[in-house]
Design a protein. Structure first.
Ligand SMILES: *Cc1c(COP(=O)(O)O)cnc(C)c1O
Length: 262
């Protein structure tokens, strides 16, 4: 049953890896005293084929993420078109389908200010706000279109690996500034741990981010809806959940990597 043939049909493998990831997320949630459904899994599809995304939609998956605006702006309409067709076909006998009502897109990668206009119409949540200037650009775009945008502040806790992200000491101040922007809703924090072979080595970064998250919640600048802690990727999502993540961003554990052999 689990034989890995050279078959072109990737569907059975994706269904298996999806079930495996969801199972591991659920187990980690339970270890931290929560339920599986308390942790949102964003399928990061940068290495995936469109067909694989359709397969996940067929399996009932709702949340997808990209790290580049161009690919996101291309795929969001493709996938909603697929979903619309799928639902129309099932229409009469809707009981058989577990396809979601709608798909939610997440921008998880670095966002340049000149891409805001292209990005915002497609996304539910932008994970990567890391400067006042980007926040202002998003707010101005929202003011112009009378629309609000949900964002996370990306925090650079480790100081290594990536240049992106706000320094921990600057987080509450940026939150205070965003609090004055009516068209921006700060929903929480995001972090990326540096890559380690052993995910245990990421635990301190996740624990520190959780502390910052609680500091923000204790400040007067985080509203009721400041409740998302986005941390953990394929290599380290279980440790992140144990440290309090309620959103994980998983790519290669679902889809494989671009250069992975069979
Ligand atoms: C690619 C990416 C992920 C997923 O990475 P995997 O290790 O493939 O799970 C998560 N977050 C961001 C910001 C990414 O760019």
């Amino acid at each position: 049953m689990s034989s890995r043939s050279a078959s072109k049909d990737a569907t059975p493998d994706l269904a298996e890896s999806y079930a495996a990831v969801m199972g591991r997320v659920g187990a980690a949630a339970e270890r931290s005293g929560r339920r599986a459904e308390d942790v949102l899994v964003v399928a990061v599809s940068k290495y995936a084929e469109l067909d694989q995304l359709r397969t996940l939609v067929d399996l009932g998956h709702v949340d997808f993420g990209e790290n580049q605006v161009q690919q996101l702006a291309q795929r969001a309409p493709q996938l909603s078109e697929y979903l619309a067709r799928h639902r129309a076909m099932r229409g009469a006998s809707s009981s058989g389908s577990i396809a979601p009502e709608r798909i939610r897109w997440h921008m998880v990668g670095h966002l340049q200010r000149n891409k805001v206009k292209q990005c915002v119409p497609h996304v539910q949540l932008i994970h990567s706000v890391d400067s006042l200037r980007l926040a202002e650009e998003l707010h101005n775009h929202g003011a112009k279109h009378d629309a609000d945008t949900d964002v996370l502040l990306q925090v650079n806790v480790s100081g290594e690996g990536t240049k992106n992200g706000v320094a921990p000491a600057a987080v509450v101040h940026l939150l205070e500034q965003i609090d004055t922007m009516m068209h921006l809703r700060c929903r929480g924090l995001m972090t990326m741990a540096p890559h380690h072979e052993n995910p245990e080595d990421c635990r301190a970064v996740f624990a520190r981010t959780r502390e910052l998250f609680e500091d923000c919640r204790g400040s007067r600048y985080a509203g009721d809806r400041f409740n998302i802690l986005s941390m953990g990727m394929s290599n380290d999502f279980e440790v992140a959940i144990e440290e309090g993540a309620n959103l994980v961003r998983v790519g290669s554990a679902l889809f494989g990597t671009a250069d992975a052999g069979g």
